[in-house]
Ligand binder design. Structure first.
Ligand code: RNT
Ligand code: ZN
Length: 409
């Protein structure tokens, strides 16, 4: 069956072997927070910051051990290269009374061990939400000196942890800054909070860190739940700041107006940045963070990366959280969908299609694009899973795990 597919794609000038080879080496950074509904282990606060998980499917991981076991199960059902993406709120404090402003690498030693044993790098995120020091929905942009200082110290502490991960794993660490700061209703001063955010970031980034192995990214957003009127870290702010500071912009495809698409933004950012970063999610009417599926926009995003030969310039991470379905399945479905979309993109005769565009042959371009949609893509995917020693049917394994492990929690 695979040979049939191989010949089929050859007619379009596509080498399936080459595609599989590239896919094998493409890394997806897998977010840990789908496993426990973004709750973490370091505070008793419920989720805040304008993001929400809905649903109450049984089996949520409630301890580091449970989360590690669930991630392990999920990783075993995903082909290809993975990285572990952690939030600061997943610090393992063992009863120690440490604030987020004072966390240290040692609070992540168990995570490091976990990643090392699995030959994985780690990405990191300071956690500026779900914490008593978030005052009036503000952190780094707060007018309250004490609040701002607390979160600046958190940022600094996280940079050190990111560097520790990079040093210890031997793989670069992407550390992503996202703050929820904003207002529910119309503010009187839009400049002040943004100026304070800028100054806070400047202060955090004044800490020396090794830029060859720690990549600082900044994630923008359009609005959050309860913060509908104003977002401090808007697209313009984050792009401008990234440019000014020489850090990496991060686009989350749930963070734009519903008719805007990240796939159209990638090329512009690639022209002006050495690296860019993505949070791949699925927004349904709002930044709902549904599980990623193999939909048109996910394919289009991956096409933009592949067509522009930018796989080594784009940090791809998943970011979604659905509490209404089996969480291990959610992790596997989302990550596999990203990988499927990547394969789909790799099976496109992009050079030929560019030529058609440049010669004004839009008729043929449309025909080729449409014909490719019914090419035997699934057979190439199946071959990939076989070569990677990963079962195609992950649901059976997930169900068994649910019965043996999740349902007993
Ligand atoms: C929120 C952002 C952010 C978070 C995670 C938990 O809208 O997308 O990336 O989802 O940091
Ligand atoms: Zn995100």
């Amino acid at each position: 069956m695979y040979n049939y597919a191989k010949e089929y794609y050859k007619k379009f000038g596509v080498d399936t072997e080459k595609a599989l080879e590239i896919l094998k080496n493409a890394t997806v950074s897998v977010h840990c927070w789908q496993g426990d509904d973004v709750i973490g282990f370091d505070s008793r606060e419920s989720l805040s910051g304008g993001i929400q998980t809905t649903g109450n499917y049984p089996g949520r991981a409630t301890t580091p051990e449970e989360l590690m076991a669930d991630l392990d199960k999920a990783f075993s059902l995903m082909p290809g290269k993975k990285k572990l993406n952690l939030h600061a709120s997943y610090a393992i404090l063992n009863g120690e009374n440490v604030g987020r402003d004072a966390i240290e690498p040692r609070h992540f030693a168990k995570w490091l061990e976990f990643a090392k044993e699995r030959n994985m790098g780690i990405d990191f995120n300071p956690t500026f939400f779900a914490h008593p020091m978030v005052k009036d929905n503000l952190t780094l942009s707060s007018p309250d000196d004490e609040v701002r200082t607390y979160w600046i110290n958190h940022g600094k502490a996280c940079l050190k942890i990111a560097e520790y991960f990079a040093n210890e794993t031997g793989e670069p660490c992407v550390i992503n800054f996202w703050i929820p700061d904003g207002y529910k209703d119309i503010p009187a001063d839009r400049l002040g909070p943004r100026k304070r955010f800028k100054e806070s970031l400047d202060e955090i980034l004044s800490v020396p860190y090794d830029k060859t192995k720690v990549y600082v990214t900044l994630e923008s957003k359009v609005f959050g739940i309860g913060l509908e009127s104003y977002t401090v870290g808007s697209a313009e702010f984050c792009l401008s700041y990234s440019d000014y500071k020489g850090i990496t912009p991060l686009m989350d495809n749930g963070h734009y107006h519903p008719t805007e698409v990240v796939s159209d933004k990638i090329s512009s950012l690639l022209l002006f940045n050495e690296k860019i970063a993505l949070h791949v999610t699925r927004a349904v009417r709002w930044d709902s963070d549904h599980v990623v599926i193999l939909d048109d926009e996910t394919k289009e995003i991956m096409k933009e990366i592949v067509r522009n030969d930018a796989l080594d310039r784009v940090f791809i991470a998943t970011d979604y959280f659905d509490a209404s379905i089996n969480r291990v399945s959610a992790l596997v479905t989302g990550v596999r969908s990203v990988q499927k979309a990547l394969l789909y993109a790799l099976l496109e005769p992009s050079a030929k299609m560019k030529e058609l565009q440049d010669s004004g042959n839009m008729t043929e371009l449309m025909v080729v694009s449409e014909e490719l949609k019914t090419a035997p893509f699934g057979l190439v995917w199946e071959e990939y899973l076989k070569r990677q020693n990963v079962a195609q049917d992950y649901l059976t394994e997930v169900k068994a795990y649910e019965k043996e492990v999740l349902s007993k929690r």
